[in-house]
Design a protein around this ligand. Structure first.
Ligand code: SF4
Ligand code: SF4
Length: 432
């Protein structure tokens, strides 16, 4: 049975057929690996190596200084050549450890994670949410004491167009996904695990069901963007709305990405730290694919693995086209949260427009908004910096899914405007 989802949303052309059927293959080893100290929400790491140090695959090269953080590891055997300042996909900068890899690499071995207690192991292995938000997994495994977790939901929706990395992980590592889900449930004391997968991935649903059963249910969900947004997924899977201003844990649910569950299982079973991940490279490239990519690989090198860009005028996006970041430089490195690199032809990419673009009051943005907001009104207030009005219109509830902008016939930059209002509200003390 396919569960109906949530109110609103859109149906963009999913463009997944170029890579959905392609098994994961390993990307090339670049000339230099650049490992940012900030790959997660929370405090950046501190470099724990110096220029000239030899490092082994799996060695920690950036250690944590705070509870909300996650260490970073070298994905190669090599030599530290510099501590640099690097631009990240979102436009921020971070200190980074630059490593020159040895000519020969053994990808089957690594320095094992030594922790044995599962929650500490999640930290030592550097686990973070791999669906994009990159929240440190150890912290997420400790929900507030007054919010008991009854159900772990694994997010296998992958509703963003082009991206198929989670799809391939569910197919090729179904046992690890299910095993990781059970382990998370054991840690947080949940009685059941629900794996939500959009019904456009029937092969992944079948693969997961071979290992599910008992306390683990695989739920086929309607294919509609943003089915994989946390609040929409909880509503679709459990029929519960996250109360305004509350954590998702208030519903008794804890959501993790399927890739994170598989990484937790590998950390637990194989003592393997998170130092590589599957990245979908698609769009205007010669060899689209799902590439197992070393963290720290420059996007330019990953595009070379994919045979290079095939068009002159393109926009390169880190992540999917609905919520990803357009890159100003191809030097930015792949990080733990990089799910895809999508090369859009300029003709496929929305033209840049300013906030004064007219609103014809068609209401399509309101109908598309899965958070019951009034995007046209929010955009108007934000454009003239009326932050009190934005607050009254619940700008902070916006999940930046992009449905409103996608639906808008006059291409008003609604998400940019609302994102700006959220930043202004938070700067004056409002909390998400
Ligand atoms: S207002 Fe926010 S939540 Fe609503 S559709 Fe636009 S981006 Fe999505
Ligand atoms: S979709 Fe665009 S034009 Fe239509 S009401 Fe919303 S902002 Fe205005």
């Amino acid at each position: 049975m396919v569960k109906a989802g949530f109110r609103g949303g859109v149906h963009p052309d999913d463009r997944k057929s170029a890579t959905a059927g392609l098994p994961v293959t390993r990307a090339g080893v670049p000339d230099r690996i650049v490992i940012p100290m900030s790959q997660h929400l929370g405090a950046p790491c501190e470099p724990s190596v110096a220029v000239g140090d030899r490092v082994e695959r799996g060695r920690i090269v950036g250690d944590i200084r705070a509870m909300v953080s996650a260490p970073v590891h070298s994905p190669v055997n090599g030599t530290v050549t510099a501590i640099v300042d690097v631009l990240l996909a979102g436009g921020t900068r971070s200190a980074a450890v630059e490593i020159e890899p040895d000519a020969e690499q053994d990808f089957e071995s690594w320095l094992p994670v030594t922790e044995t207690e599962t929650m500490e192991l999640a930290c030592a292995a550097g686990l973070v949410g791999m669906g994009g938000a990159a929240f440190p997994t150890r912290v997420k495994l400790r929900p507030p004491a007054d919010m008991p977790i009854s159900c772990v939901i694994l997010n296998g929706c992958e509703c963003e167009p082009f991206l198929t990395c989670d799809h391939r992980v569910m197919l090729e590592k179904a046992e690890a996904v299910v095993g990781g889900g059970r382990k998370i449930a054991e840690i947080v004391g949940a009685k059941r695990v629900v794996i939500g997968v959009e019904d456009n991935k029937p092969d992944a649903i079948a693969a997961l069901r071979e290992h599910a059963g008992g306390d683990v249910e695989v739920l086929a969900l309607a294919t509609r963007y943003p089915q994989g947004a946390e609040k929409q997924l909880i509503l679709a899977a459990l029929g519960k709305e996250v109360p305004h201003g509350k954590l998702p844990a208030a519903t008794g649910a804890l959501v993790h990405n399927v890739g994170t569950a598989a990484a937790l299982w590998e950390a637990y079973q194989l003592k393997k730290p998170l130092m590589e991940r599957v990245v979908t490279v698609s769009g205007a490239v010669a060899r689209p694919g799902n590439y197992l990519t070393l963290v720290g690989t420059p996007i330019s090198a990953l595009l070379e693995t994919a045979g290079g860009v095939t068009e002159e005028q393109v926009r390169v996006i880190a992540g999917g086209p609905m919520t990803g970041a357009a890159l100003g430089s191809l030097d930015v490195p792949v990080v733990k949260g990089t799910s895809g690199v999508v090369v859009l032809r300029m003709s496929e990419s929305a033209p840049a427009v300013d906030g004064d673009q007219p609103c014809i009051r068609c209401g399509r943005c309101r109908d598309a908004c899965p958070m019951y907001l009034l995007p046209y009104e929010l955009g108007t207030q934000a454009n003239v910096r009326l932050w009190d009005g934005c607050e009254r219109l619940h700008a902070l509830d916006c999940i930046e899914c992009g449905c409103c902008a996608y639906a808008c016939p006059t291409r008003r930059p609604l998400v940019q405007l609302i994102r700006g209002s959220k930043a202004a509200l938070m700067a004056r003390g409002a909390k998400l």
